[in-house]
Design a protein around this ligand. Sequence first.
Ligand SMILES: C[S@@+](CC[C@H](N)C(=O)[O-])C[C@H]1O[C@@H](n2cnc3c(N)ncnc32)[C@H](O)[C@@H]1O
Length: 281
Amino acid sequence: MNLHDALRLGRERLAAGGVPVPERDAALLLGHATGLPRTVLRAEPGREIGPAEEARFLDAVRLRAARRPMSQILGVKEFRSRDFRVTADVLAPRPETEALVEEALRAVAGRAGARVAEAGVGSGALVVSIAADAPDAFVCGSDVSGAALCVAAENVRTHGAGGRVVLRRGDLWAPLADLGPFDVMLSNPPYVRRIEAGEVDPEVLWEPACAVFCDGEPSDLYARIAAEARPLLAPGGVLLLELPGPESAPVIAALRVVAGYADPFVRADLAGHPRVAVLRR
Ligand SMILES: C[S@@+](CC[C@H](N)C(=O)[O-])C[C@H]1O[C@@H](n2cnc3c(N)ncnc32)[C@H](O)[C@@H]1O
């Protein structure tokens, strides 16, 4: 099979699977399977690919046509210009979550030796980004998922943050309590109700359920995260929470009544939806 035929076949199979941008994904998967840069895929359509590359490509196309996320097939996702390893055990870090990291970096700026804690690290993209861009800070994080923590630990090592990032398994802040008090606490909790599983993109269903779905109401989980963070926050410290975008109103209302914080400041994303809640002790 040559590159032109492979791209056509891939595009057709992805389109049949309902993949939103089949041309782009077919080209990325072919590049991944062959190791060839995009320029070659375009410039040399008649170039033959070997049987092993063809098998790798068709396998990747089969997975993508079944709506497996590209990040899981490629094994990598970019976040704040760094590549993070991604498997089926972690949520792929989303572009909108970069706002949470920006707020955290703003909060640690000027605080020498700031202490930062994240509940629910997933791939570790946030703790690594903060440790890399605030080299003076101590950073720690938790996750309920041991499999996610293995991926996070790999990303911490790959990005050379091993000495300054501590990862622990357990529920929210509990495993980190002895490492406080913290200047900055942050979390991007699972905020889709289980009964809404039928409404999410098919790709999301390939991500770990514990990273996507919350038991009960998201507002209850946010209120618990805020209430349990409060005793671990240093004076003047901040809690930063990623919000569910357009569906944030009940969450913000629940955060307003958690004792011990000033009225939350809400930062909007580029689409104008509430994206980060900033709660100051
Ligand atoms: C939405 S993902 C966020 C992952 C990563 N922080 C990011 O923003 O890309 C939520 C993460 O929280 C973890 N998690 C869910 N419930 C938790 C709990 N009670 N305690 C600690 N981690 C939890 C999940 O396993 C998952 O890795």
